[in-house]
Unconditional design. Sequence first.
Length: 467
Amino acid sequence: MPTSERRPAPGVPHGCFAVVDPATGEAFDEAPDQRPQELDAVVERAHRAWLGWRDEPAARATALRAAADAVEAAGAGLARLLTREQGKPLAESSAEIARTAARLRYFAETAPEPQLIDDGRPVRSEIRWRPLGPVAAIVPWNFPLQLAAAKFAPALAAGNTMVLKPSPFTPLATRLLGSVLAEALPKDVLTIVTGREPLGARLASHPGIRHVTFTGSVPTGRAVAGGAAASLARVTLELGGNDAALLLEDVDVERIADKLFWAAFRNCGQVCMAVKRVYAPARLYSEVVEALAQRARSVTVGPGLDPDTQLGPVNNAPQLARVEAYTGKALADGARAVAGGHRPERPGYFFAPTILADVPPTSPVVTEEQFGPVLPVLPYRSLDEAVEAANGTGFGLGGSVWGTDLDRAEAVAGRLECGTAWINHHAELSLAQPFAGAKDSGVGIAGGPWGLYGNLRPFVVHRPREA
């Protein structure tokens, strides 16, 4: 990165970078801009901490429970800071804190199980599980604490230590979370590093890191995988989605409209598994468009700290520009903004909740991940056509089918090329279930016991059977 790009903004101390409140577009704090060369000492300390942490499963479980208690006790302060730097409504930030604590508790009670292999040979073969060592996590700005916990909770429960790097757009709440967790965890078991590139690239390729887990864009995920390959580190990549919601002919539009709308617009549409395209039967198309548009027009948009706010701003200026460009391209190509379609006249990174009709199916707002408060609705004339369109992108994270006949809806859901399919709801996950994508949406599995075993390696012991 050129030297000029690492210079602090005016008024920001040297060695720091500014953090912007997306509700105002103005900097309100700063975070340390750590240098890539600082990682050598950080990883070395994580390795030394691992030597003790890996051998005490009971102590690990106790520490993770205490960590969950500490997160809950600090919840109010964490939530306000998270809203300030991320933009989401305070209630959503509080829910993210609760999910972070719940994940720590879940993995505190989840332990690997040895397994005996009986294959008829005169030996007793047992599979045991060993931690990998220091691991790295690189997390995005849309759910910085929840996604961090999805990575560090199973990694720490498995006996690894972790170096965690949040997005430069949302470093503050993660740093505060690290301080809170330090009350419960041994020193250097979890280390937070903050900074701009090439810090993340160096972390992903560091020879002392044995597993890299990343959530973000497909191009960056490919770069992370390439960096990790240098040291043959394991990778887990969650690379976003372009989830389709497929409405069947028997759907009750008014009954499902609220759930469908919020499945697309929660966190201002900045959810990897949000509904990002809706396919509606031609007969119901106008009704679906209008039902969603009515909700878009009635939503209260504002700063996340305002208790009346239902939808906050887009998190950062580059993402706002992307949303605006995709919407503008669709409108230029003949789409109609039935609701929204523009930036409101106010400070901050706001974009009006937008429902697009008559969108060309090749428009980037359909084929790419727009990741913002914009939802294209497309008509279909045959179910086969709709399924083909739903499967017609390089993404495969999730999808949903909406209808009255649940058996038929489930049969259609089985045809979707994705990691998770929902019927009459969307983007709801249990801590106990696997989370993985198909195609370009990811590599590896997070969630549940699969997330735990992804942070372990098998160790097989053979011994002769007793005579």
